[in-house]
Design a protein around this ligand. Structure first.
Ligand SMILES: O=C1O[C@H](COP(=O)(O)O)[C@@H](O)[C@H](O)[C@H]1O
Length: 233
């Protein structure tokens, strides 16, 4: 497990923000996939402030999501809606650079539309950088334990939250694993037990998508704060 442990969650997101700034200075379109849930909100707030708000060349960054819930953008459950509120509303960025999952639309139609957009816009369907989170149940994006097809050849899939039944669209494991780089951003002591399990047990003996999904030909790393990492060797 390739971990980088930061004293605080703020330190971890600052590192991601600095790296986004470096990516944005490459003279090309860079495809970035954001995670949802509660953990990355601190990142979005940080990016909307100095020095990143002006230091990042937003025109070069293309933003996508690992998953989103089938709810409209104003719903607090919308992963896109949170980024819009915390970041996009505060920066100058073209709508062409924002590749959201349209949670307000019919799920089957949106799956087809989103898959087409991935094919058309991302060279070789290979993301430059995919930032993922992990739930306490070991899910990542909306790929949940015991219901993920790791061999699904599609780019995106319809998923159902195992408890609430909420419909979502998620990138597939195969698409995630094609990335040049995957960074799991995991913070807080509620994730400490599962991180220990992932560190001490081989991924094939675990049901957790977050343990299994790795960049096949790239870098996979875990950015943790010290609360999340407190049980690691
Ligand atoms: O459901 C989700 O949760 C995971 C982790 O969320 P967190 O609230 O524990 O940070 C996230 O990676 C995923 O994108 C999201 O849909």
């Amino acid at each position: 497990m390739n971990t980088l442990i930061f004293p605080t969650a703020q330190n971890a997101v600052e590192k991601i923000a600095q790296e986004l700034q470096l990516y944005s200075r490459q003279n090309r379109a860079v495809h970035i996939s954001l995670s949802g849930g509660s953990t990355p909100k601190l990142l979005f707030k940080t990016l909307a402030q100095a020095p990143y708000i002006t230091g990042i060349n937003w025109a070069n960054l293309h933003f996508w999501w690992g998953d989103d819930r089938m709810v409209p953008p104003h719903d607090p459950e919308s992963n896109y809606g949170e980024v819009q509120k915390l970041l996009f509303d505060h920066i100058q960025i073209s709508t062409e650079n924002i590749h959201r999952i349209r949670g307000e639309d019919d799920v089957e139609q949106e799956l087809a539309r989103f898959s087409q957009e991935l094919t058309a816009c991302v060279p070789n369907q290979q993301f430059d950088w995919i930032i993922l989170g992990m739930g306490t149940d070991g899910h990542t994006a909306s790929l949940f334990p015991h219901q993920t097809d790791f061999a699904d050849p599609n780019l995106a899939v319809i998923a159902k939250h195992p408890e609430s039944g909420q419909l979502r669209i998620s990138k597939t494991a195969k698409l995630l694993e094609q990335a040049k780089r995957i960074t799991y951003l995991v913070t807080g002591s509620s994730k400490a037990d599962i991180l220990r399990e992932i560190q001490t047990t081989s991924a094939e003996n675990l049901p957790y998508p977050a343990a299994k999904i790795k960049a096949k030909n790239g870098i996979t790393e875990w950015y943790l704060d010290k609360d999340a990492a407190k049980l690691l060797d």
